[in-house]
Every structure is written in C-alpha cells, then in structure tokens.
Design a protein around this ligand. Structure first.
Ligand code: 9WN
Length: 416
C-alpha cells in the first residue's frame, strides 16, 4: 500500500518541470511565487538539491527593482488566463507584474537549518540572501510610502487569497469599464461554482490593464491604485521572513543585512497592533485608500500568528479557530458569517498552506495543543479526501485542482 508520504512525493515529481514545479497540471501550467517557496519545503525531504533549485529558479526572474513576480511563464500554454500577452511586462522570460506573499525568507532559513549537505546549503543561502533582502527592501520602499511599517497589496492576486471576503468592500471602488473582452480558462478546468465570480474577474483585469498602462513602473503603482489593502496575513509573512532572514544573515556573517532585516521586522511587528480588532478578537485588513479597518474576520487575520505576535493575541486566535466549529480546520472564512461559502475558493474552504503557517506560528507562541490539532486535522483531511487544491471545511469534499503540489509539500512537512 502506498503511504501518504510516498503519494505526496509522487505528486511533487509528477508536477516537476525540471527547474520549477507547476502547482497542478492543466489549471496552473506555470511557476507561482509562494507555491514554489512552500514546495521547496516538501522537496527537501527527498531531494535537497532540487529544493534549492526551485527557489533559485524563482529568483532568476526577479526584477531589477527587487520585485519577485507572482507568475513566471516559462513555457507558453494557453490553458491559463491571463497569459503573458495580457500582462505584457516586457521581460525576456515573460512574468506577471505583481507579486505574492514573500514566504521566501522563511523557506530559505528552514532549508538552510535542516540541510544535510552543509557546504551546498551555505553556498545556496549566500547566493540567495541578498536577493531576498532586495525583495524585502522593495516592499517597504514601494508599498509603504508613508513609512508606517506595513505594506499594501495592490491586487487581490498578490494576497494569494484571491476572492476573500476581505476584498469585497475595496473592490467596490475598482471600475470595470473599458476592459478588453476575455475568455476565462480556469472555469474549464475547475467547477465555476468553486471559483471567483465574473464580477471579480472583471476587476482583476481592470487592475492589470491599469498597471500595464503605467508600464509596470512599480514605483508608481501604489499611489495610482484604487485598491490598496494592508493584509495582516501578508504582512505577517513578510515580517517573519525579515526576522528569519536576519538570523540567516547573522549565521553567514552578513551583519549589515541582519541589522536591516531585524529593524524591518521589529517595526512591522509593532505596527501590526494597529490591525487588531477587539470586537472580532482577531486582526483585520485595513483599507489604506479609505483609511479604515475592513469588517471581515477572515483567515488573513488568523494567519497573523505566523509572525511573533504577543502571546495573548495568539491565545485569542486559537479561540477564534475553535469558535469556527467546523469538522476540518482552518476555514478561510467563519461559517457563522453571512458571506461564508463552504466551496467557493477563499470564502470558506480550508487550504493546507495556510494551516501550515498558522500551526507553525501558534506552536512558536506557546499554543502547541492548538497547533497539533491543526496538523492532525490537516492529515485527516488528506487521508479522507486526497491531495486537492482546497476543501470544504464542513464535509471535507476536495475542491478545485487535483494532485496539487503545495498540498503534497505541506503533507511532507506535517509528517516530519
Ligand atoms: C492567481 C497557484 C495560485 C496560488 C493562489 C491561488 C490561485 C491564481 C488563480 O492559484 O491563484 O494567482 O488563477 O486563481 O489563489 O494562492 O498561488 O496555486
């Protein structure tokens, strides 16, 4: 009988395209940013060298300004929309023009700490360290122009939680007029009922066309965007990556990079307090353009546990997860909320990568039992429903793409 870990490894090998891994066949035929970093954490369990290559390939496509794009279009494939001609970023190997949650600093440090081939790990970490540091610097320079210590996303795709309830209110300000006619491809691979709506796609595309008209000048995009949202989950990932990168830089004797990243992490962590909502007992997004917290208690506010939040906040987050009361945890939106949709992408379903980061953060904050419950629930879900993209938190039904790369990678991490 095939074990869970053998099954996970088979999926990672099947989706391996040599120097990068596709999230799943058909639906996502390119390299995605945060998928790759989390995938490397799974690959390290059976092929350490291959894990380093995954991150190296991603950073080979970093822009001169420091941004690391959310998609690298290595090989043409018209099975995905919007493809390279819509983005038109003018890169030698086409990429998108927006970014994704910067989990690279965290992944790099974990690969380095756990590597068995020490000389290779040191060489790889030394080569990647300044690149990740440049990405962090880019974030604070272009996405935090007021210097508050928190960065804004300018497109829901940047959050990685594409159709979260969090974006509903700020999305109301994004127009849809003038967008070029288009045909979606995602709904040919996955059930349209489980994907974002047409109204959301229209706005995703309006923003792409708007930024394209600015020639993808990342220094101008923030102020020109009607959508500027400070996502606690995204910021927690950045803060954790800065803190991990600082430790890595220290280990490699790069003291200036260590000090720079430690300062960014400390400032960010202090600023996270401004996103805490006593009414909801969790962190919330802030609509920077409107200057107010967004009344949507999604999983983004629980993912905040990934950075070193105060223990009392971690305890409150544990209580929130318990209060969801779903058979499988962690729902991406609370079932008690009117907007909850058990099957529609980021408006209710469980995602294993999010579980992994919340569990890791809670364990660090002294909530070991809560972390263990998330791990156990995640593995139960896989045993019952296989390696899907996401899952109904109530029934466990597998949803979206199948034989999914980062789900497999997270299983290897959970089993370790
Ligand atoms: C847009 C690849 C990506 C993930 C995101 C997830 C989904 C893309 C899409 O798939 O987004 O980037 O077309 O739906 O929301 O988190 O990185 O797995």
């Amino acid at each position: 009988m095939t074990t869970l870990s053998e099954h996970a490894i088979a999926i990672l090998r099947e989706n391996d395209r040599g120097s990068y891994t596709v999230p799943t066949k058909g639906l996502y035929p390119f390299q995605w940013n945060w998928d790759s970093c989390l995938t490397a954490l799974g690959q390290r369990h059976f092929d350490e060298a291959r894990a380093w290559t995954e991150i190296e390939t991603l950073f080979a496509h970093q822009w001169l300004c420091g941004m690391v794009p959310h998609i690298v279009f290595h090989q043409m494939d018209d099975g995905y929309f919007p493809g390279p001609t819509v983005w038109a970023t003018g890169r030698p190997v086409p990429t998108s023009g927006i970014t994704q949650p910067p989990v690279a600093g965290f992944a790099l440090k974990r690969l380095f700490d756990r590597a068995t081939d020490r000389p290779a790990a040191e060489a790889q970490a030394r080569a990647l360290l300044p690149k990740v540091a440049a990405w962090h610097r880019w974030f604070f320079a272009t996405r935090d122009p007021g210097g508050e210590g928190l960065v804004a996303i300018l497109h829901p795709w940047e959050s990685g939680r594409d159709n979260s309830v969090d974006w509903d209110a700020p999305f109301a300000r994004v127009p849809t007029d003038g967008i070029a006619p288009y045909t979606r491809r995602d709904t040919q691979h996955a059930n349209p009922e489980h994907r974002p709506t047409k109204a959301q796609y229209d706005r995703y595309l309006w923003l792409v066309e708007h930024f394209r008209a600015l020639d993808w000048d990342t220094a101008r995009m923030h102020d020109a965007s009607p959508f500027q949202v400070i996502d606690p989950g995204f910021n927690a990932i950045l803060i954790r990556s800065c803190a991990e990168l600082a430790d890595l830089a220290d280990a490699l004797g790069e003291t200036a990079l260590a000090a720079e990243n430690r300062a960014l992490a400390a400032k960010g962590l202090a600023a996270m307090e401004s996103l805490w909502s006593p009414e909801h007992g969790q962190y919330l997004c802030r609509d920077r353009a409107a200057g107010a917290l967004i009344d949507s208690p999604s999983v983004g506010g629980l993912l905040a546990a990934f950075c070193a939040i105060p223990p009392a906040r971690a305890e409150a987050i544990t209580a929130k997860i318990e209060a969801h009361g779903t058979r499988f945890r962690v729902a991406s939106h609370p079932p008690q909320s009117a907007e909850f949709d058990a099957k529609r992408y980021w408006r209710g379903p469980v995602w294993l990568v999010v579980n992994y980061m919340i569990a890791d953060g809670l364990a660090h904050a002294g909530q070991e039992a809560a972390a263990a419950r998330i791990t156990a629930s995640s593995l139960d879900l896989i045993r019952e429903s296989g390696f899907a993209e996401y899952y109904d938190p109530i029934t466990g039904e597998p949803l979206g793409g199948g034989r999914f790369t980062w789900t497999a990678a997270m299983v290897l991490e959970f089993l370790a």
